[in-house]
Unconditional design. Structure first.
Length: 255
């Protein structure tokens, strides 16, 4: 695995979504490093990281733990924030290695066995020029972003470049209920952030109701006017919400 580190202070680990890489967090790292040591891996099978030895959560969790044992230092814990697929990865990781985790915050994560929203994706391969740009923009709006004016050159570049490097098949690691199944075993605090207009996992109130069955006192925030990739589309609002959540001491979770 390849890990990138910035800043000083308590440790915050950020996990990206499927078909993504560390750069899913490109609009948040500066704001977060003012308060935290921010560690952002390319999850196994994404970006510059190798494929895991097996495609299952146990193997991925072991792979992450081997590196974090070196990065955190003996007896140290971190806060984990996982976007989409990263939320599934970090909930499984926290269930297996609670001694490394202060809390988990999931961002627009699937796997809760709730109805899936309509995703509108089309072909990009073989297209050129303006036709290709239009297809990339359509795919961003069909999955990741809500407003056309937030589809900028960086978002289009990241969609293509990260997608080319992604090799891990993530669907079966998330859908339909891979997060829901692990929540009864989660013995660390769980909080969540959702985009108001999250396309793949719509209706934030529904997602919140499912999560509160397991942690009734959780902190659940909705980023107004944002889609699935809320931390990119509305970075100022997202950063403010996340930092406020992190300022509160982790709750006690019944063991």
């Amino acid at each position: 695995m390849v890990w990138r580190l910035w800043g000083e202070g308590p440790t915050l680990v950020l996990g990206h979504g499927g078909q993504g890489a560390w750069s899913h967090w490109v609009r948040n790292i500066d704001a977060l490093t003012a308060h935290y040591t921010v560690i952002v891996p390319d999850l196994p099978g994404h970006g510059d990281s190798a494929m895991p030895a097996a495609v299952d959560h146990d193997t991925i969790s072991v792979t992450i733990a081997e590196a974090l044992g070196q990065l955190l230092g003996e007896g140290q814990k971190a806060d984990f924030v996982g976007f989409s697929f990263g939320g599934a990865v970090f909930t499984h990781f926290a269930a297996r290695y609670p001694e490394l985790v202060r809390r988990v915050i999931i961002v627009g994560a699937g796997g809760l066995d709730t109805p899936h929203g309509h995703i509108d994706l089309g072909r990009v391969g073989g297209l050129q020029g303006e036709e290709r740009r239009a297809a990339i923009k359509r795919n961003l709006l069909g999955l990741m972003l809500h407003h056309a004016d937030t589809v900028d050159e960086i978002a289009m570049h990241l969609l293509v470049s990260n997608g080319r490097q992604a090799r891990l098949p993530v669907i079966d690691l998330v859908i339909p209920d891979k997060v829901l199944l692990v929540l009864p075993r989660l013995k660390v605090p769980l909080d969540a952030i959702w985009g108001e207009h999250d396309r793949p996992h719509p209706d934030p109130a529904l997602q919140e109701s499912v999560l509160r069955q397991f942690q009734p006192d959780m902190d659940f925030r909705v980023i107004a006017d944002a889609g699935h990739w809320a931390m990119y589309e509305r970075p100022e609002a997202f950063n403010a919400a996340l930092l406020e959540m992190l300022r509160h001491p982790p709750r006690e979770v019944p063991q």
